[in-house]
Design a protein around this ligand. Sequence first.
Ligand code: ADP
Ligand code: MG
Length: 733
Amino acid sequence: MSKNKSSESVKVVVRCRPLNRKEESIGPAGGIVQMDLRLGQVILRNPRAPPSEPQKTFTFDAVYDSSSKQRDLYDESVRPLIDSVLAGFNGTIFAYGQTGTGKTYTMQGVWLDPEKQGVIPNAFDHIFTHISRSQSDKQYLVRASYLEIYREEIRDLLDPNHGNTRGLELRESPETGVYVQDLTSCVCKSIKEIEEVMNVGNQARAVGATDMNEHSSRSHALFLITVECSQPGPDGRKHIRVGRLNLVDLAGSERQAKTGVQGDRLKEAAKINLSLSALGNVISALADGRSGHVPYRDSKLTRLLQDSLGGNAKTVMVATLGPAPQHYEETLTTLRYANRAKNIQNQPRVNEDPKDALLREFQKEIARLRAQLNHRRWRSKQKKEQMDDEAWERDGNEEEEDEEEVEEEEAEQFAKLEEQRLEKENEAIRDDRFLLAGEKQKLLGENEKMMGDLRKRQEATEQLTARYKAMESKLLVGGKNIIDHTNEQQKILEMKRQEIAEQTRREREMQQQMLIQDEETVELRETFTSLQQEVEVKTKKLKKLYAKLQCIKAEIKDVNDEHVRSRQELEQTQNELTRELKFKYLIIENFIPPEEKNKIMNRLMFDPEEDQWKFKPLVPDDSKSSQMKKRPASAVGYKRPISHYARVALSMGAHSRYRAENIMFLELDVTPPNPSALTDGEQNQSPSLNSSPTKDKGVSKSQSWCPSQKSMASSSSNNSLAGCQTATTAVAM
Ligand code: ADP
Ligand code: MG
C-alpha cells in the first residue's frame, strides 16, 4: 500500500507477562522471551534448538517486559490514541494473544488497585479528566456500548434479555460505516457511570458461561465509547466532532482443535476460529498491499473492525506473550502475526459534523424544552404583572443561567402568592355573612377549581423542568470539575509524565533508525590500509551476512512449515465437511420426493446481509392480504366449497344420480338373508335385529359409491341407498 501524507501505520506493541508459579516450578529458570526496551526488540529463543541456532528477533513500536507497569504502557502507547479520539478521530485498541498471556489484564487489569488498572479504566479517567479541564464553550456527550461476538453471533451485553434474543445484525451506512443494529448505548456523565456500564456488561458476560476462562478464550469482547464534542467554530456556528473508540479483548489466538471432532462440535470449532483466521487474512491482505481484495466480509469481527484496519481509524495492537518454553510455537505465531500488522496503513481523519451526531439532537431537544418553559414562565409573569400592576425590574445583563434561576424562583413565588390569594378569598367567602349559602358554595367551588388548575399547571411546569434538567445534565460542559484531582500539581506531574513518555518513544524510534542506517553504511565508512585488513573486514562482514541469510532461510522454512500445517488442517476440515455433505445428499436423494425437493429449492434464497440461506415467503407480501383471507364464494354457508351441480342435487333430494359428488360412502353391509333361516320360519323376525352389528361379522364396510349390478338389484342395496343419502348430506353440510 502506498504511503500518502495522511496515512499512518498501525502501532504494534508487544507485552510479555511474568512466569507464573506453575511455569516456574516446571521449567528451567527464566523464559524464552528477552526484550530490548531501548530498541523495541523481542528476542525469542527456541528451547528445543541447539544453542548455535540464531535467535529470532522482531522489532516493534514498543515492547513491555514482565516488570512493566500498566501506567507505562498507557502513557506511552495508548494516551496519544485517546487524545486523538477526543479530537474526533476513530481509534481502536485490540489485545491479541494466546489465552492466559494477559489480554484481559492489559485491557481491564485489576479494577480496585490503581497501580494495576488496565487500558480501559485508564481511558475512562483520561476522557473525563480531559472534559473537566476543557474550555467552558465545549459541550460533550459520552456514550458507551458493550458487545460480545461468540460463535459468530453478536450479543448485546447491556441488554438484560440478551440471552434470549437472537444475535444482533450488522448494517452498513455511508455515514458511520459498519455498525450494529439495535445495540444498547448508555449516556455516561461520569467515570462512575461508565464503570457501572462496564460492570453490568462483565456480569452479563459471566452469567451464561459455565467457565469464564473458557468462555473468554472463545469470544471477543468489544467495549465501544463514542465521544461527541460541540464547539463554536470561527464561523460562529457550533461544530460537532465525533470520536469513536473500540476497546477490543480478542478471543485466545491458540488454534482450536478441529481434528477428530465432528458435526456440531466441528462447526463450533470452525466458527470460533473463523473470526480470528479472518482477522489474520485481513491483516495479511492489507500488509501485503498487492492483493486488491481484503476479505472483511468473511467474519463479523473483521466487518466491525473494518475502519480500524486499513480504514480511517488510528489503531494500536497489543500483542501479549507468555514466557514459558512450552508455548514456544504459539509465541512465535503471535510475534509473526504482530509483525505483519505493523505494515498496515490507515488513513485517519476527523469526523466533522456527521449527520447522525446525537449531541445535535440533544441540543435541539434542550432548546425546545427551554422555549416551552420560558413560555410558561412568561405567561405566569404576565398574570402576576396584571395582578400586581407593577413591572418587575430586571437586570438585562445577567448571565443566562442566573436569569433562568431568577425566573424559576419568580415563577414559584408567583404560584405561592396566587395560592395564598385564593386561600384568603376562600376564607373571606366563608366569613361573609351577607352571602347566601348557595352562592357561597358556588364561589367556593369556583375558587377550588382555580386552585386545582393552578396546581396542575405547577405540576406540568415541574415535570417539564425536571425533563429539561435531566436532558441538560447528560451534556457535559467543559470547565466544570467532574473530578476533584485537577489541582495544579497533579496536572504538572501528568504533563511531565507525558513528556517523558513522548521522549522515550522518540528515542526508541531514533535508535531503530540508527540501527538500520548502521547496517547500510558500514561499508562506506571503512577504508583499508592493507589487503590483509580488507580480507579480515570482509570476512567478518561475510560471516555477519551469512548469519543473516541463515536466519532468513530458517524463517522461510518455518513459514513454509506453518503453511503446510494449516493447509493440512484445512484439508482435513474439508474432508470432514464433504463427508457430512455426502451424508445429507444421501438423505435428500433417497428419502425426499423430488417434487418436494424442487419446491424447497425454488423457495430458497441467499441473504448476503445475514450470510444465510432463507425461505422466500409462500405468498408474496403485496397479495397476502386480499388473496388468502377471503372465503371462496362457493363455500359461503357451507363447510367447504361445493359445486352448483351438487347444490341443486341437494335441494332436489335424494337421487342416486347425484351421488357423483361423493367419493365414497359407508354402508351397512347387511348379510343377505339366509335361505335356510327363512325356511326355518324366522322370516318374521324384525330386519333390524337381523342387521344388528353385534350379530353380523363385517357389518360396516367401506365401499365405492358405485354399487355393483347385483347389489343394485337386491333389496338390501335399496336400504343402503337411503342411508347413503344421509351420509351425503352430512358430508355436504
Ligand atoms: P488472557 O485474557 O490473555 O487469557 P489474563 O489477562 O486473564 O489472560 O491473564 C492471565 C493471568 O496472568 C492473570 O492471572 C493475570 O493476572 C496474569 N497476568 C497477565 N499479565 C500480567 C502482567 N503483565 N503482570 C502480572 N500479571 C499478569
Ligand atoms: Mg481474557
